[in-house]
Ligand binder design. Structure first.
Ligand code: F6P
Length: 472
């Protein structure tokens, strides 16, 4: 029977080793939920890195056996591979380049070679399991070469590739010394998906400028095969967030938060620690808001949750220091005995608490400099059971293409962000409800399950289309 194989750099779970004990924690992430209905069925499989370095063979065997029970297959990485492929090429070369931070990009031949070798390592694992009639779905920028590597070994197999981060304009992409190899690697897929039409357009432009391939409505003719390139804006598990928001445990948590915060109005922001998320600019904007509109001092608090991420990468360490310093400066300048302008948390929270934060928030402030999609903005909307609350959203997030009813801002415009906070705080409730209702209707329809279905349907469609091209 044909199976579906999902491949991503990280498996959808957290494996940890404390002293000699190995623990497994399932992921609450959107992708894990959406693809749960796929990889858990029958002989289907999810292949990826368990997220930690395991030196000893018995540990690896144990992890492999446990994961297999969940239809997962681990790819173990060495310490050098983690350093050069994951921290290095993926997160110090591709991540900054694709998020328009090319001044942060490191071009290291050794990192590139490790990236090639690890993509090959993933390929070796895939071909151990895959048959020509299977469907393979590769995810994200850590595995851009994988579609072509698999194609070389399994010529007729169906391969889908989805990029979860932006694809930059050709003027940025061309800076990469290995730009041709990357495009060729991606074109090994039958279907290449991006979150937005713009990302798709940028990819098609790079394909044309680097390899001379044209396209007709996203169908790229490589001379050997036809590849479809399309936009698939990713959704969330709407029902899960909506149900969680009215769960008695969440309501109780919200009451506890309310008691602690007092009557202040609440702005919430939740991100991984990442320079693409625009955290310093958000802090400057909040400071500007307090300065410009002093009548709101002691009346509004920013609850800012920053989830630790990639803390072994130099730029992330420095960003953490910058944020700590800014928060300290703003709080020490404006705080009173009974009010702290910014409640800053540098840690992750369990989902019920996140839901309680969304419930209590008057505003959700999402200000990335660049973001593939941004699911926090959608989670906030799904959690607003009474439709009261305002989303302030950066126009640089993929989600901005869909969420036209949010107050949209340019994260480089500090004054505009400060004014948007005031506007959101003063927006009459009936207007909040009209906007929220429109956004809820949209993200409820295009949820994560719909996203998976549409992508899979398009992949089947392009395979049929390819046959009609070869018989023409
Ligand atoms: O947004 C891209 C992404 O790779 C997500 O899939 C993931 O949740 C996030 O970045 C964090 O990545 P990492 O695996 O490096 O912690």
């Amino acid at each position: 029977m044909a199976r579906t194989i999902i491949i991503s750099n990280r498996l959808p779970l957290k494996v940890q080793k404390k002293e000699s004990e190995i623990t497994f924690e399932t992921s609450e992430g959107g992708l894990a939920t959406g693809l749960g209905s796929v990889y858990k069925q029958g002989d289907n499989l999810w292949i990826g890195w368990p997220g930690l370095f395991l030196e000893e063979e018995p540990d690896r065997d144990y992890v492999r056996d446990e994961l297999l029970k969940e239809n997962m297959q681990p790819v173990f990485l060495t310490e050098t591979e983690i350093k050069e492929y994951y921290e290095g090429f993926s997160n110090e070369t591709l991540w900054p380049t694709f998020h328009y931070f090319s001044q942060y990009a490191v071009y290291e031949k050794q990192h590139w070679e490790a990236y090639v070798a690890v993509n090959q390592k993933f390929c070796d694992e895939v071909v151990k399991f895959a048959q020509p009639e299977d469907t393979i779905w590769v995810h994200d920028y850590q595995l851009l070469l994988l579609p072509q590597l698999i194609r070389k070994q399994l010529a007729g197999v169906s391969i889908g590739f989805f990029q979860h981060i932006p694809f930059p304009s050709f003027e940025i992409f061309r800076l990469l010394p290995w730009r041709r190899e990357i495009i060729q690697g991606m074109l090994g897929a039958d279907l290449i998906g991006f979150h937005t039409y713009d990302d798709m357009r940028h990819f098609l432009s790079s394909t044309n400028r680097l390899l001379g391939y044209g396209n007709l409505h996203g169908l790229v003719d490589t001379g050997k095969r036809t590849v479809l390139v399309d936009a698939f804006p990713m959704g969330i598990d709407y029902e899960k967030y909506a149900a969680l928001a009215i769960d008695p445990e969440t309501i109780k948590l919200e009451q506890e938060f309310r008691q602690a915060i007092g009557t202040h109005r609440v702005i919430v922001s939740i991100d991984r620690l990442d320079y693409s998320k625009g955290i310093p600019n958000r802090l400057y904007a909040f400071e500007q808001f307090l300065k410009r509109y002093p009548e709101f001092q002691e009346k509004v608090s920013l609850v800012m949750i920053v989830v630790p991420s990639r803390d072994t990468v130099e730029k992330y360490k420095r960003l953490k220091e910058e944020i700590d310093e800014l928060v300290g400066r703003i709080n020490s300048s404006y705080r009173t005995i009974s009010w702290n302008p910014i409640q800053y948390f540098y840690r992750s929270f369990p989902l019920p608490e996140i839901s309680a934060f969304y419930r209590i928030a008057d505003i959700c402030l999402v200000t990335p400099m660049r973001d593939g999609m941004n699911l926090v903005s959608k989670e906030f909307i799904a959690s607003k059971f009474d439709q009261k609350g305002v989303l302030i959203l950066s126009e640089m997030a993929g989600a901005a293409q869909e969420l036209a009813d949010a107050i949209q801002i340019n994260p480089n415009n500090i004054d505009q962000m400060a004014d948007a906070i005031k506007e959101a705080l003063l927006l009459p409730e009936p207007e909040q409800m009209v906007q929220m209702n429109a956004m809820q209707t949209l993200i409820k329809t295009y949820d994560i399950h719909q996203w998976v279905k549409v992508f899979m349907d398009r992949l089947s469609y392009v395979k049929i289309k390819q046959q009609s091209f070869t018989t023409d």
